[in-house]
Design a binder for this molecule. Structure first.
Ligand code: ZN
Length: 393
């Protein structure tokens, strides 16, 4: 064996050892990130690894030691990246003609349709078909074809979680292919399509004052709205709760909970792809997002010590259960608290951005380009919290 090959063997050994060490570090840090801090009183501005109240003692000690060694930020970001591969954002750039609609049976009567735009929730039974959201208009034919692969009953109801085009775009054509439940002396014309239900602020956002051009055609507007905290529906042998969440993603968000199937459809109050989208122009607010995520956690019940129990269909991204929502709620709460802390110190938006309050989550949820960048998220939270601060002064 030559000196050269011994040397190269040694350096290979070194690389292997380094990889094992790095994998170990990631594993420990990953454990730290998985075990989220408690609900309330998360230290603002504190590093998450240090803030974990119920990480086991040894693991925390090792984590902190290695964190000091390698730099907490690097470990956090790497661990966050390794936590789960980020769902692809390809769908945002794809031509809609090439996108298929996939059907996933969730449980009970409920299915999830995934294609472009927002996810669609489908409830199917003897009385007909109910949809939560309708994706983009261009997807409608494929959505109806997917529904027909499951049921030949009429489409009776569409519930809109909010007014964005990637969730209400298919309202008109899909409602037209359905039939509302009408009878007795309701007259000719009552049975012309599925009913579209939403919070009244969804209708407000889709219409316009008299004399102005409405952003969406009348055929897509909700035919039935509610203005109370909750609307109830009983369809296909199942109680369905439509729960308004004020000032969150927009001002008209609803959660839709299928009680018998034990599935909750969250609209854009929860997603697995990006930081929460706060539509300031349409009344969105970070506090409402945190409140909505806490409402979801109140409703969901996990299966004992395993995945499942109540399933949550997010506005965008993959099927989730309570643990996923918990992690997301913690992330949103921690970032809100960090920005709150910086706002209290009187920092400008530019200073807050420079402080990088989202850094350890950027590998998982951040974006430099696209419809919802990290900078846009920080700016929206900053505006909400500074407005709240100046109100309280
Ligand atoms: Zn939306």
């Amino acid at each position: 064996m030559t000196a050269k090959s011994t040397k190269s063997m040694k350096s290979t050994k070194k690389i292997v050892l380094f990889r094992v060490f790095r994998a170990f570090v990631s594993f420990v840090a990953w454990g730290g990130l998985r075990r989220a801090p408690g609900d309330k009183g998360i230290g603002s501005g504190g590093l998450r690894l240090g803030a974990c109240s119920h990480v086991s003692g040894t693991r925390l000690a090792v984590t902190l030691a290695l964190t000091a060694l390698l730099g907490a930020r690097g470990v956090g970001a790497r661990a966050a990246r390794q936590n789960r591969p980020g769902p692809t954002r390809v769908q945002l750039n794809q031509s809609l003609d090439t996108v298929d609609v996939h059907v996933l049976h969730v449980q009970g009567n409920v299915y999830m349709l995934v294609g472009a735009g927002g996810n669609i929730t489908l409830q199917v039974g003897d009385e007909g078909v109910l949809l939560v959201d309708t994706s983009f208009e261009q997807m409608s034919d494929k959505v109806v074809a997917a529904i027909r692969s499951l049921s030949d009953k009429p489409i009776r109801y569409i519930i809109n979680t909010h007014a964005h085009p990637d969730h209400v775009g298919g309202n008109a054509p899909i409602a037209k292919s359905g039939a509302t439940i009408a009878g007795g002396n309701m007259g000719v014309g009552a049975n012309t399509g599925a009913s579209i239900l939403a919070h009244e602020n969804v209708l407000n956002r889709m219409t316009a004052p008299t004399g102005q051009q409405a952003p969406t055609p009348a055929a897509a507007w909700p035919t039935d709205t509610y203005f109370t905290r909750k609307k109830e529906l009983f369809f296909n042998g199942e109680a369905i709760e439509i729960i308004h969440q004020p000032a969150a993603h927009t001002d008209g968000d609803s959660l839709v909970f299928f009680r018998r199937s034990d599935v909750l459809s969250s609209g854009d109050l929860f997603g697995t792809i990006t930081y929460p989208v706060i539509d300031l122009e349409r009344g969105g607010n970070i506090q409402g997002i945190v409140d909505a995520l806490n409402t979801i956690l109140d409703i969901t019940i996990p299966r004992d010590k395993q995945e499942g129990g109540t399933y949550v269909i997010p506005g965008h991204g993959r099927l989730c259960d309570e643990a996923d929502v918990l992690e997301y709620r913690d992330m949103v709460t921690i970032i809100r608290d960090r920005i709150q802390d910086l706002v209290k110190k009187g920092m400008t938006l530019e200073q807050v951005k420079a402080a990088r309050p989202t850094l350890d989550y950027d590998g998982r949820y951040g974006a430099k380009t696209g419809p919802w960048t990290t900078d846009m998220f920080i700016a929206a939270v900053y505006r909400n919290l500074s407005a709240a601060k100046s109100k309280s002064q």
